[in-house]
Write a protein that binds this ligand. Structure first.
Ligand code: PMP
Length: 288
């Protein structure tokens, strides 16, 4: 049976899920999206994801032609139609079809699209041994140009850094901000652990306000760890005891090398292991 995609208020077969080539989502990356997961039939932090989708849309002056409740319900319905319990969910809102010019006023019909599919994860070995990452030369978008808090359909900034990473044989790459401080990775937020304290760049570093990041901050706090959101330098990562990344797809993944240099002992550290284990239980609604 073909996967069903929600588009224009209907469920259509994956092969038939199409939008106009005049859609500004395609022509200009003019639109917003969310990456969401469901575990054992429950969508993880659905309200937060829908809120962030609406906030991204608001920030680019795009009116989503549905209410938050309707979008949340459409996500749940798309999972149900496809009989998914553990899935990756992609919600997309495009500006809609317009003229070939930039002017969003000439667009009509913003498209709300929901795709659910199996999740593609980092290979298991990286959870056991940690990722090696490099620092990309491509800096994160300047917040005054295109705020990294907007999860927009224009991901070229991240893709450029990702190419640098994959060219160097790394699946993720660290991005610094315009001021030279640590921002985030191409599709994940970054944390370090030093002397038992968890540190992560604050949102004003020019980063996506990651939903997994928020969940891990809550989790670490519940576990009695101090969490500091602050300005971070590459130096802080190179001299950390542990480092890990967070993201909807990645969950909590250890980083054991930056730019060819081992972080801490070069092995996955105890705090990272504990947080990963607790996170995996939390998302499945188990005691952690
Ligand atoms: N930063 C960027 C640039 C991202 O694209 C993502 C999502 N893939 C994240 C961080 C992690 O955010 P979340 O935990 O909400 O998935």
């Amino acid at each position: 049976m073909s996967l069903k995609v929600y588009i224009a208020g209907k469920f259509v077969n994956k092969e038939d899920a199409k939008i106009s080539v005049y859609d500004h989502g395609l022509l200009y990356g003019d639109g917003v999206f969310e990456g969401i997961r469901s575990y054992a039939g429950q969508v993880f932090r659905l309200t937060e994801h829908v809120d962030r989708l609406f906030e991204s849309a608001r920030a680019i002056h795009l009116v989503i032609p549905m209410t938050r409740q309707e979008v949340a319900q459409a996500i749940i319905d798309t999972l149900a139609v496809n009989n998914f319990t553990d899935a990756y969910i992609r919600a997309i809102v495009t500006r809609g079809a317009g003229s070939l010019g930039l002017d969003p006023r000439k667009t009509t019909d913003p498209q709300v699209i929901i795709i659910t599919d199996t999740i593609s994860l980092y290979p298991e070995e990286f959870y056991e041994n940690g990722l090696a990452i490099i620092t990309a030369g491509t800096i994160r978008n300047h917040p005054a140009a295109l705020s990294p808090r907007i999860k927009s359909l224009n991901y070229l900034n991240n893709i450029m850094a990702k190419i640098e990473g994959t060219n160097a044989g790394c699946l993720e790459a660290l991005m610094l901000n315009h001021a030279g401080y640590v921002a985030e990775c191409t599709g994940d937020n970054i944390f370090i652990v030093k002397k038992g304290v968890v540190h992560t760049p604050s949102i004003d570093a020019g980063i996506l306000d990651g939903i997994t990041r928020g969940a891990v901050i809550d989790l670490a706090t519940e576990k009695g760890l101090a969490v500091v959101e602050r300005t971070m330098e590459r130096h802080d990562i190179l001299t950390a005891d542990e480092c890990f990344l967070t993201g909807t797809a990645a969950e909590v993944i250890p980083v054991t090398k930056l730019d060819g240099r081992p972080i801490g002992t070069g092995e996955v550290g105890p705090t990272t292991k504990m947080l990963r284990g607790a996170f995996q239980k939390m998302v499945r609604g188990e005691a952690y």
